[in-house]
Each structure stands twice: as C-alpha cells, then as structure tokens.
Design a protein around this ligand. Structure first.
Ligand SMILES: [Zn+2]
Length: 289
C-alpha cells in the first residue's frame, strides 16, 4: 500500500517524509474542496464515477454535508469485523447470546455484526461468535419498538446510540421492562469518539446494570471497547497502531485499511497506556479524554 498518488495524502506530505496527522474535519474539508466523496484517499486521483473505480464496498460516514465515504474490499471488511468480534468477546458475548442494537442500520457496528447485512463480508462479528443479533433503527421514535424487542427477544446485551438513550428509558418504563431482568450489559455509542464517562455512569445507575463505552473513529475504521477491570480502551495491536503526539493527542494508523488508508488519524486528546491489564495483559490500551 502506498500513499503516493492519493490526493488527500499528497496534500499532507510531512517534511520528514511521512504524512501529517489529520482529523475528520480535514477529510471533510478536502472532500468538499476536490468534490470527491472519498476525500481523495483512493489511489489514482480524485474519484471519477465515469472511470468506474468504485471500491467493492462503500460506507457513508455520519459527518454532515457533503457526504464522505470510506471504501473497502471484502478482506478489509472482515478485519474491521474482527475488531468488533474481539470487542464483543471481551465483554463476554458467546455462543447462544443475542445482541440487540438500537442504532442506525448504516452504522458499522450493525453492518459488521452479521454477514446477512453486507454482501462480501462473509461471517460477521456475532456470526463468528455463534451469537445472534437484531437491529432496531436508531431513531428516537422507535424507542417503544426497541423496548418491545427487548421484552420479546430477550437479548443478552444491547448497544444503544447515546442520543436515543433517553427515549429508550421512557419506553422501557412505559413497557414495564427492567433491563437487569434481561441483559447482562448495555453499551453506549456515539458516531465519532466515545460517550462521556459521566453520561455512562448516569445510564448505568438509571438502568441498574453495567454500561460499557465504545470508542469509534469510522473514518479510520477504529473500534474499541472499554474494559471493566482497568477502565481503559483495549486496542487490537494487529489492527491498529497508536502513536502519541507531542501535544497530548494520539494518532492511529489502521493496518488493514488499504482502499482508503487511515494513516496517522488524530484521535484528539488521549493517552497511550502500556499493556498490563489483568484481563488481557498483552493489549495496548488507550485513555480517551
Ligand atoms: Zn483492561
């Protein structure tokens, strides 16, 4: 994989010979500037629909207008799904479990879960664990349907978008569903970054069960979950390389991303922590601020 010939990276050459760090805003601005929904990350110049250089799979990021896409092939999809599979496995998802998602169907968390959603993925994260999943679309007005799905399907765990946690809470009360009777844990996700620890603590108290945090940077294909034992995000070393930056920020480079490479994506204020968690002694860890 080379970065040369990819307009986004050509424009970000570092005097040291590498590429400068970048953020989602940088990508969106560049995409608007050059009129390329892939933000100039495809090889061979800006995307040209007439030239039929479409990647096998494209996903639109939740990043405003104009739309910004990432591109992948089947191998990249499978490895991104591996990050989700490991996240769910660390949180105890195993054969026979069902994970309920109250999140948009276009979210990578949903798409990477089950092979039935995405042609070319093969087995998704829950498929590989021998688990099942369902998705209730992540709109606030679907909260009653989610409460009903929890009551009827009885998932072992659920993943909820932060912005529908409040309507879901009301719906659960209206439906008489007490989550600890059904779930082992819930997890909160936001489209970019991680939910605030204080918000998660509030939902954990309100719902009466452990609530986990998901860290996402969809533009860089990063997925990580926090750890009950150490409170930090465990990172898959064979998928992601973390790099501390001088001003207290951390950049990630995603090894498997080759169609729209993610090299030195700036995660913002964070701290790369040494491995050493008793639950997973070898895992690199990240404190995300
Ligand atoms: Zn840990």
């Amino acid at each position: 994989m080379t970065l040369a010939g990819r307009p986004f990276y050509d424009a970000r050459l570092d005097p040291a010979g590498g590429t400068a760090t970048w953020t989602l805003d940088d990508l969106c601005e560049f995409a608007a500037e050059v009129g390329d929904p892939y933000g100039g990350r495809l090889t061979g110049g800006p995307f040209d629909p007439a030239a039929e250089r479409l990647p096998p799979f494209s996903l639109q990021l939740e990043a405003g207008e104009p739309p910004v896409w990432v591109g992948l092939d089947g191998g990249e999809l499978a490895q991104w799904a591996t990050a989700l599979e490991r996240l769910l496995a660390r949180w105890g998802v195993t054969a026979g479990d069902t994970v309920g998602f109250y999140e948009y169907g276009s979210s990578p968390l949903v798409l990477l879960s089950a092979g039935s959603y995405v042609p070319g993925l093969g087995r998704g994260a829950t498929d590989r664990l021998g688990a099942d999943m369902f998705c209730n679309d992540g709109m606030g007005n679907m909260a009653l349907r989610m409460a009903e799905a929890i009551r009827v399907v009885r998932p072992s765990a659920m993943v909820v978008r932060a912005d529908v946690a409040a309507p879901l809470t009301e719906a659960l009360e209206m439906s008489g569903v007490w989550l600890p009777d059904v779930l082992r844990w819930a997890a909160i996700t936001v489209p970019d970054g991680a939910p605030f620890p204080g918000d998660v603590a509030r939902w954990s108290e309100r719902w009466g069960l452990p609530v986990r945090r998901i860290l996402r940077a969809d533009a860089a294909f990063l997925l990580a979950g926090d750890c009950d034992a150490c409170g930090l995000f465990h990172i898959d070393a064979d998928c992601y390389d973390l790099e501390p930056l001088p001003d207290g920020e951390v950049a990630v480079t995603t090894g498997f991303a080759t169609t729209t490479p993610a090299v030195r994506y700036n995660l913002g204020l964070a701290e790369r922590m040494a491995p050493g968690c008793p639950e997973e002694p070898g895992a690199p860890r990240l404190r995300w601020l």
